[in-house]
Ligand binder design. Structure first.
Ligand code: SF4
Length: 351
């Protein structure tokens, strides 16, 4: 069991973050926010995939104008992502967003940051302080030479102290860089100094397997150290994939249980069936399932008995047939051609 760092709890809309709340999965829309219809459709997709909070970019006037309707119709809390234009932060809060994400380094004057924080306090809006290696304050760059972990952590601590001095505590922090080790170090330094909830992720991780692996390594190390109250996997991909990847990382560390978890053997020369086909069939048919269920799909009986014992349901393949196991016991033998369908029908009974 991973022992999570003890953090204070904040709320983004009705979603608690930190304290004893589960680690929250969030993502960001990739549509133009001003296209309300497309943005809401994507938010629906994200929500169906398990996304619990969604962030939308607010770079232009038209995007600010779209916020009110998006917030009203979104099934999950909405965070407005604000850079360079402080007036949009005030207008986003006026439009009802549940949270705003600001990078104080990009807002400019401290008095303006303070005014935003004061408005958030009055409206009960959560704030994320986002510190990024690409927009570190000048004095910290001069002190450290480059955006190393110590510089990023110092920037986050500095702004956190200011927020607290201004009497505001409904905030979380993210410290993100694209270098995995610096990112891990910066978050670890920050976590050792405060109980402020942390939003973790590897920024600009990239696309496909490479992005997923980089994210899984960086986020996984932090989670293993008990650090992280909410997660966003940043991929150059459909944001639904970000949410699915985040859940896979959390499930693999036993930090969330959601939907089907498939345990499958890697296959080897003993195999007599087309196992990837069965896995694809089962996975595709069970995307809608939210109930946590561990399904073992094994190529032969060598490890099947052991794995099936650990799983809620399992399939052990042989030549031309397969055994279906439930709660560790074989329940029936099925023909190879029917095994995917038969396993699915047993799973459907369970969910
Ligand atoms: S379960 Fe059987 S087929 Fe799969 S890797 Fe192990 S020995 Fe090979």
């Amino acid at each position: 069991m991973i022992e999570r760092r003890k953090t204070r709890q904040i709320k983004v809309g009705n979603v608690p973050i930190g304290g004893d709340a589960p680690i929250v999965v969030q993502s960001m829309t990739s549509t133009k926010t001003r296209d309300v219809e497309k943005t809401l459709l994507q938010i629906e997709d994200l929500h169906r995939a398990g996304c619990e909070i969604v962030r939308v970019a607010v770079p232009h006037e038209e995007d600010v104008l779209a916020l009110e309707e998006i917030v009203k119709k979104s099934p999950i809390p909405v965070i407005a992502d604000i850079h360079f234009a402080p007036s949009y932060a005030f207008r986003a809060m006026e439009a009802g967003t549940h949270g705003i994400r600001i990078n104080p380094g990009n807002i400019g004057k401290e008095e303006v940051v303070r005014e935003i924080v004061e408005e958030a306090r009055l409206r009960g809006v959560a704030v994320r302080i986002g510190v990024n290696s690409g927009s570190l304050e000048k004095d910290l760059l001069e002190k450290y030479g480059y955006p190393k972990a110590e510089a990023l952590a110092e920037s986050a601590l500095r702004w956190s102290e200011k927020f607290e001095k201004w009497g505001f505590s409904n905030f979380k922090v993210s410290i993100k860089g694209s270098d995995v080790l610096e990112n891990v170090r910066a978050n670890t330094i920050f976590a050792s100094e405060t109980d402020i909830p942390l939003h973790i992720g590897i920024t600009e991780a990239g696309w496909g397997n490479k992005g997923m692996i980089k994210s899984a390594v960086g986020i996984g190390i932090l989670l293993y150290r008990g650090i992280g109250d909410t997660v966003r996997v940043s991929l150059t991909d459909d944001p639904v994939v970000e949410v699915e990847t985040a859940y896979e990382i959390l499930k693999s560390l036993g930090l969330r249980r959601k939907g089907i978890e498939i345990v499958a053997c890697p296959t080897c020369g003993r195999i007599e069936v087309d196992l990837p086909k069965v896995i694809d069939e089962v996975e595709a048919s069970l995307r809608h399932v939210d109930k946590p269920l561990k399904v073992a799909i094994m190529g032969c009986v060598v490890n099947a008995i052991g794995e099936a014992r650990e799983a809620d349901i399992g399939l052990a393949c042989g030549k031309g047939f397969a055994w279906i196991f439930k709660e560790g016991k074989p329940i029936r033998k099925v023909d190879e051609k029917e095994m995917g369908k038969e396993l699915l029908s047993e799973i459907e009974k369970m969910v």
